[in-house]
Ligand binder design. Sequence first.
Ligand code: XCC
Ligand code: SF4
Length: 630
Amino acid sequence: MTEKKFTTVEQMEQEAELLFQRARDAGIDTWKTRAEDQKNHCKFGEDGVCCRNCSMGPCRITPKAPKGICGATAHTIAGRNYLRTTVGGAAAHSDHGREIAHVLYEASKEGNYQVKDEEKCIKVAKEFGIETDGRDIYDIAHDLAYAGLMEYGKPFGYLTFTGRATQERQELWKEIGITPRAVDKECTEAMHMTHIGVQAEPEALVKQAMRTGLSDGWGGSMMGTEFSDILFGTPMPKETEANLGVLEKDMVNIIVHGHDPAMSEMVVVAAQMPEFINRAKELGAKGINIAGICCTGNEVTMRHGIPMAGNFLQQENAVLTGAVEVIVADVQCVFPALGPLSKCFHTKFITTSPKAKIPDSEFIEFKVTSALETAKKIVSTAVENFVNRKQDDVYIPESKEKAVVGYSCEAIIKELDGVTNTQVDLTGTYKPLIECIKAGVLRGAVGMVGCNNPRVRQDYSHIEIMKKLIKNDIIVVVTGCAAQAAAKAGLLSLEAKELCGDGLRRVCDLVGIPPILHMGSCVDISRILMLVTDVAKQWGINTTQLPVVGCAPEWMSEKAVSIANYVVATGIDTYLGIEPQVKGSSEVMHLITDGSRELVGAGYIIEMDYEKLGDAMIEGIEKKRAALNI
Ligand code: XCC
Ligand code: SF4
């Protein structure tokens, strides 16, 4: 057996350092230097006890001034801030879902976007009570898109997808009053509650955070995922590569960055057109290479095997290679720093959404009706820009790793079907997986998600914790920047089974999967919700009983807080490696940890030491097993 050498964080850091040096040489800042400049962080902000919700303030809580001018305590202020953070995240994810619903609404046989997964279109339409028999698929799709859009503002009732949850969760949510209503209703109500002089009770604020989070996970994000699958195809396993080494020295490099797949899908289509490939060759390039960053990267890798250039904290590094002709972004997680940085290189920075215009970028508005035209313009800009590259001044780090991506729930079931024995028919279910967990071959599962955060070494916690988990026979599913961290370290390759305990290694061999499964972008955490829910249903237990936990070791965004809220409210303990900004209130801190466990059977476990965080998860999983007598 040849021992595979996996890329280490140290290697990645050395390569990154060479790129940062290029920035220093060019006299430009990077996140590294800016993070230094921002030290030490404002303590009031960090603790969540600064309120600027009205102009009598800002008010900051200190021992000398324990109340705001209106009388709000640290608990009220921290609770309100926490809820507002959640709203920011839920709004972002859900608005992404809404954009996709609009794309589906515009889909047509002849137009820019088609229905690729008709089966899913019909299945989901039925859930919404839409007539499907004998109807044209586009008529069904349009009715579905309309029904989806109505989920954002319907005046009565609850979100349709909550009907997918376990009976136990549905009843509990009803009982404690957190079943999500229309997406916009939850976000608006949360903003209302946090206005001066409205909600002051910490528990009510934390419950609304869960409800708003649920409207994201079981609403906006879930629609984002399902409608994207209908439009662009449900992901199936594909081979690809990850890390900056995927950039090609002798090709035109285009980086797609952001979140919404509508734009990036079209760029992928345009880049395959012979007119552009030929033109690239005329200009001395060997072809056109597309690579992704952040969740756009996850979307296009899941469906097309497009390589991933890296995750959140690597966006500047991509430009610093000097090898990128165009970096094009739509919404979310896009550093404004890319504007001035791109000016130091030949790189053209293109923004496409009116929601995210960035100084020093070129704005080309992306519209559903002119999507292909715009994508062609973007690709053409990149191709023509190749001649401006200073080829002698290019530095592309060597590191890249092989990865298998594209494990939608449908794909996982298909893989499991491939190995079920025929004595009892288990096809189309997670039962083989459940049997492995019951028998202890697998101890349990962890969903690792989330961002990078300069508060900790980039990707170190992700990678070290993942290695620890798989060594302990715990299967891991990943999305977002955590997924890209895994990919860069080679942990999404089939060879990663070498790092597993005996049980997980056997499962990997038998099923032919890596020990860490890439389930997509951050809105695709809705896939993890469905995986967990269906496993609980087929096992016949509650989600809170499953030996399964969630983890976000390096999270930073408001979206991550929204996610953490809905994962917990779905009954899954969530382990955080970065502290939520509520430390200034013992009550809110209690409410999101042990208090939430009393309320919904799950809560946060907060631990900044990655070793201890990993150990705590294993312990948590073993406790759940013991309670199940397995
Ligand atoms: Fe953004 Fe989704 Fe976080 Fe990565 S994981 S930094 S939110 S790209 Ni969503
Ligand atoms: Fe101060 Fe109350 Fe106004 Fe907040 S809402 S800024 S605590 S007066």
